[in-house]
Design a binder for this molecule. Structure first.
Ligand code: FAD
Length: 334
């Protein structure tokens, strides 16, 4: 770790900050701005300097106009081309690189989402720099904080590369105010690079429940649920009673109790809801990596020594097959 900056360093940092310019890569799907991608704008605000956003796809001018209201953005660049709709990195990266070069940005920030994780390494490689991944804090224009070893250690990393290509953990930064800004909207460069990769199809899990990654409340089930039938019998009514999204441990997903898209943890989704209520989950470090930033953690487990109790704010030692229906009924009657 670095020591606290001296007054001279602080002055130098303030002067440097005025020279900074960040391009925040904004995600859109079918003409709708993905609000969780605004975490990259919040992280850019912490850096200081000028912040521009970029959005690409077919008919994205209205999305750019929506993004122009986001607080902190001075300009939103849009590139109108259906080739960028699905965020295929082979298509998207050459376009992004052209716009980075044109704008002479010192930093390029994107969410650490499937889109950002797919796109930014390619952009970094094309610009011959090293990517800084999954940051949870900004210490200065070149120093960032990121978790390593499934969140068991926190690394402070300094990058001397320029530009800095960075992905941002969405749960670590506020998603930014969608109102209050008045950025200009400008058409960006479209190199229309030939692309050997073609988008064929996608099979998206549809749900009327809140989106797991951004939900205020999450109820999660683990291997303790024993079967898919029990998972489906117990977890959805509890989620409905709370208005929560449903999550699952990897053991529950691997056993076929829940869909892959519901996995929380190191190799699943990162969540930081106001309430994370889990049942039949032991609290392995790889699971904790994805949910330990939740504001209130509550758990039900029959083993009082399960590690989940070490991170839980509220824990109930008991049989989930009795406790979950009981809790659901109590919540419904409130
Ligand atoms: P278990 O560890 O088997 O725990 C089940 C719990 O249920 C136990 O604590 C038990 O006491 C309790 N229980 C059983 N019956 C009842 C009952 N009737 N009432 C109440 N409680 C009951 N895991 C993830 O979750 N997410 C990840 O992203 C992830 N990524 C991984 C990446 C790597 C590289 C590796 C190696 C592992 C990863 N894992 C991940 C797996 C992780 O190590 C654990 O195996 C997994 O989290 C265990 O899931 P679980 O808690 O549901 O199951």
């Amino acid at each position: 770790r670095q020591s606290q900056p001296t007054p001279v360093q602080r002055c130098r940092n303030a002067a440097l900050r005025r020279l900074l310019s960040t391009l925040a890569v904004l995600e859109q799907r079918e003409g709708k701005l993905n609000m969780s991608s605004l975490a990259s704008v919040s992280a850019a605000q912490k850096l200081g300097g000028t912040i521009h956003g970029i959005v690409a796809g077919s008919n994205v001018k209205p999305v750019a106009e929506e993004a122009a209201k986001v607080e902190g953005l001075e300009k939103v660049i849009f590139v109108e081309n259906g080739a960028y709709d699905k965020g295929l990195p082979e298509n998207y990266a050459p376009m992004l690189v052209e716009n980075i070069k044109k704008g002479g940005y010192t930093h390029v920030l994107a969410g650490h989402s499937a889109f950002g994780k797919n796109l930014m390494p390619r952009v970094a490689a094309m610009m011959d720099v090293q990517q800084v991944s999954d940051i949870t804090d900004v210490e200065s224009e070149d120093t960032f904080v990121r978790p390593i070893y499934a969140g068991n250690a926190i690394l402070t990393v300094q990058s001397v590369d320029s530009p800095k290509i960075v992905t941002v953990r969405g749960t670590a930064f506020p998603s930014g105010a969608a109102e209050g800004g008045s950025a200009s909207v400008e058409e960006g460069v479209d190199p229309k690079a030939p692309c050997p990769t073609e988008w064929v199809s996608e099979d998206l899990a549809k749900s009327d429940r809140p989106d797991l990654a951004t939900a205020e409340k999450v109820v999660s089930g683990g291997r303790g649920l024993k079967s898919k039938e029990e998972f489906d019998r117990l977890m959805p009514p509890l989620a409905d009673a709370l208005g929560a999204a449903i999550g699952a441990s990897r053991a529950a997903v691997d056993s076929g109790f829940a869909d892959n898209s519901l996995q929380v943890g190191q190799t699943g989704k990162n969540v930081a809801p106001q309430l994370y209520l889990c049942a039949g989950i032991s609290g392995a470090i790889q699971h904790l990596a994805g949910m330990k930033d939740s504001k209130v953690i509550a758990c039900i487990n029959k083993d009082a020594d399960a590690p989940i109790f070490q991170v839980a704010d509220v824990g109930l030692v008991g049989d989930l097959f009795e406790r979950v229906p009981e809790l659901t009924e109590k919540l419904k009657s409130q």
